[in-house]
Design a protein around this ligand. Structure first.
Ligand code: 5AD
Ligand code: SF4
Length: 426
């Protein structure tokens, strides 16, 4: 979500005549799009913004702006306002469209501007984006979140859930496909509740069916899917939606029913496993990925063992694992049974010991198979081509860079915990 907002911010700035440069020194404007999901993300911002002070003092015309989720949190915004006097513009997640006005406003009266509207404006839908890939695009289908998981800031920083008009979404994807996009990632905090704010029977499956019919589009992915709202209709429709990728990101967070209840997740371990079994029965080669939090307040060793037990039953292809990070004004942060950092760290390490061998086993199962891959580019050391399979797995393989942007068949010849190695088929 944040990544796509940054692509939109880049478009706004280029439209105003700004061009990207390689260093802070050369920049006329330095803009931070911040994340507030965990304290570690916030700390990076304070450090980086603070380090720009001497540069701003030496060149007062350089504009420093901060936007994103952190600026929609009172405490973090106040911290920037109090200790970082060199920041010129503070904007929120819901009013990106106002950025040109804020930048121009600053040039005319040279006073710090703070504009952090809390609810989404449809004006934002008119913003285009500079996509980081010509072949794949992120597409918002909804904004905000109504779930109020007790550990999470998102409902406070991104406001109430609102679904975009399906006509707008389809037209955006058609335009992208005309320009060469082959794969879309549909974005929402909870895509399974798409359509609820539209007041008719149009739901996420209705949208997927329409997108599946777009000529020239090859693959559809989506994230994130909340287990409490995933429908049998979605699972049963999967085999007919031939462009829908065989991967599902289904955040578990915890395997303990007590913790899940206290997190306000509205499902149990049994219900979660039941969904997983249904999806595995309908799409047998589905690749499952998840988010896990360790050290939620009051999490006992038995609770943690339930997470391990669930991991073993589900067998995730890959996972994002987090140490619980208290977020101001969320119910979980107020609790007095916080878990010591040392215990969180121990559980985190134990979790990886369980997750990695499963991920390796899943990837090793791919060896010998021929997989269609969208060639996305070259790896960091400039040696191999990189791409992803229908299952979202990363594949590295030797080949000519002329084939970047096309779908090719690759034979999987090697695997590690995080990626596959392949050979291009003739
Ligand atoms: N602490 C740790 N992890 C968190 N997440 C959200 N809030 C927190 C928090 N306070 C994780 C959840 C979510 C992912 C995007 O970030 O696992 O699914
Ligand atoms: Fe946060 Fe829960 Fe909403 Fe996900 S569903 S964004 S974890 S409140």
């Amino acid at each position: 979500m944040n990544e796509h907002d940054s692509e939109k911010i880049a478009w706004i700035l280029e439209n105003m005549g700004y061009l990207p440069v390689d260093s802070d020194e050369e920049a006329d404007i330095i803009l931070f799009n911040t994340c507030a999901i965990r304290q570690s993300a916030e700390d990076k911002v304070y450090g980086k913004v603070g380090s720009l002070k001497p540069m701003k003092n030496a060149n007062p015309n350089k504009i420093i702006a901060i936007g994103g989720c952190m600026m929609n949190m009172d405490e973090s915004r106040d911290k920037i306002l109090k200790s970082h006097g060199h920041v010129d513009i503070i904007f929120g997640t819901q009013n990106l469209f106002k950025l040109p006005e804020l930048i121009r406003g600053l040039s005319s009266n040279n006073k710090r501007i703070v504009d952090v509207k809390a609810e989404y404006s449809v004006e934002n839908d008119k913003i285009n984006a500079i996509y980081s890939s010509p072949y794949k695009a992120l597409v918002n289908i909804m904004y905000g979140c109504n779930n109020f998981c007790t550990y999470c800031v998102v409902p406070y920083t991104r406001g109430r859930e609102i679904s975009r008009d399906p006509k707008q979404i389809i037209s955006e994807i058609e335009k992208l496909v005309d320009k060469g996009t082959k794969e879309v990632m549909l974005l929402g905090q909870n895509v399974n509740s798409y359509g609820k704010s539209l007041c008719n029977n149009y739901n996420f499956v209705s949208l997927l069916k329409e997108i599946n019919n777009i000529k020239g589009l090859k693959r559809i992915r989506f994230m994130t899917s909340h287990p409490k709202d995933i429908s049998d209709e979605l699972i049963e429709s999967w085999p007919q939606l031939d462009k829908l990728c065989h991967s599902l990101h289904l955040p578990l967070q915890s395997g303990s029913n007590k913790v899940l209840k206290e997190m306000n997740r509205h499902y149990t371990q049994e219900k979660y496993i039941n969904i997983v079994n249904k999806i595995k029965a309908t799409v047998p080669d589905i690749a499952l990925t998840t988010d896990l939090i360790v050290g939620f307040p009051g999490e006992s060793e038995e609770d943690f063992e339930k997470t391990i037990e669930t991991i073993k039953k589900v067998e995730y292809d890959s996972s994002y694992t987090f140490l619980y990070s208290p977020r101001s004004n969320t119910p979980a942060a107020e609790r007095d049974d916080q878990i010591p950092h040392r215990v969180k760290q121990e559980r985190f390490e134990k979790l990886l010991v369980e997750l990695y061998p499963i991920a390796l086993k899943k990837n090793t199962n791919e060896i010998g198979k021929i997989r269609e891959v969208l060639v996305e580019g070259i790896d960091k050391i400039g040696e191999n081509l990189v791409g992803r399979t229908l299952h979202g797995k990363l594949v590295n393989f030797p080949g000519d860079k002329d084939i970047i942007g096309s779908y090719v068949n690759v034979k999987i010849v090697g695997a590690n915990t995080f990626a596959l190695e392949g050979r291009l088929m003739e």
